[in-house]
Ligand binder design. Structure first.
Ligand SMILES: Nc1ncnc2c1ncn2[C@@H]1O[C@H](COP(=O)(O)OP(=O)(O)OP(=O)(O)O)[C@@H](O)[C@H]1O
Length: 240
């Protein structure tokens, strides 16, 4: 369980309150208007921002004071954070060892992860020789080998076309969430939430709301969310 115990986050004049729990092994969408604080919340979970008040706990243990590197958290951003001068395998290897001193066993894990995301045989390619979708797969493989308990996705697939984006979302669901990771995914697209997130956390008006079931929430959104979703196409169901 990831618990926010009367947390208050501050960025300049901005204030965000969070008092909720996210079940271990769940996949949650994080939605809310631009500037509502979604990235701020992820930064606090990862340890880049310290709460002004309250505690963040994982599995009952307070991680509020831990440095980012000491947390079992992996992040995936829109630009995938791949290093252009490193091969696909080396980029994945960074998820295991930041100094890239990989043992034979590590190398096998890297190969296995690349195989799992459909990139077997492309280990030695640099990112520039990979398509956008393949680059996203490398980034997912890096999260796979990291074995972190918590995975934070900040709109990593927004730049991909719809079919490719759906493929990546399904990979996240199959390879990360189904394997027990606790996944929180920022998205501006309600269809993404419907596709893979059984629960959704709404951030609005300075508050992070507790997770609720995605389908009923989007079918019948509260006023603040309805205003935000107003301009967005909400395709119902995963297949249409
Ligand atoms: N370093 C900072 N100093 C001051 N204010 C900041 C800083 N970083 C973010 N903010 C403010 O905090 C608020 C929340 O920003 P945040 O990036 O978390 O929103 P968001 O929901 O992720 O937005 P978007 O959907 O546009 O990415 C915004 O009002 C933003 O201007």
């Amino acid at each position: 369980m990831l618990t926010f115990d009367r947390v208050e986050l501050r960025q300049g004049d901005f204030r965000l309150k969070a008092h909720l729990s996210v079940a271990a092994g769940s996949l949650s969408a994080l939605i809310g208007p631009s500037g509502s604080g979604k990235s701020t919340l992820l930064a606090a979970i990862a340890g880049f921002i310290a709460p002004a008040q309250g505690r963040i706990l994982w599995a009952g243990k307070d991680m509020t004071g831990k440095a980012p590197g000491q947390r079992s958290v992996a992040m995936l951003f829109q630009d995938n954070n791949l290093f252009p001068h490193l091969s696909a395998a080396q980029n994945v290897g960074l998820g295991l060892r930041p100094d890239l001193k990989l043992t034979q066993d590590d190398r096998e894990r890297v190969s296995d992860a690349l195989g799992q995301v459909g990139l077997a045989g492309l280990e030695n390619r640099k990112p520039s020789a990979l398509s956008g979708g393949q680059q996203s797969r490398v980034a997912i493989a890096r999260v796979l080998v990291s074995q972190s308990d918590i995975v934070l996705l900040d709109e990593p697939f927004a730049a991909l076309g719809p079919a490719l984006k759906d493929e990546m979302l399904d990979l996240v669901a199959d390879k990360l969430s189904a394997k027990g990771r606790t996944v929180i995914m920022v998205t501006h697209d309600p269809a993404d939430a419907r596709r893979i997130a059984s629960q959704t956390i709404v951030v609005s008006d300075g508050i992070v709301h507790p997770p609720v079931e995605t389908g009923p929430l989007l079918d019948n959104p509260p006023e603040a969310l309805a205003a935000y979703l107003g301009g967005k196409k909400d395709k119902k169901g995963p297949l249409n």
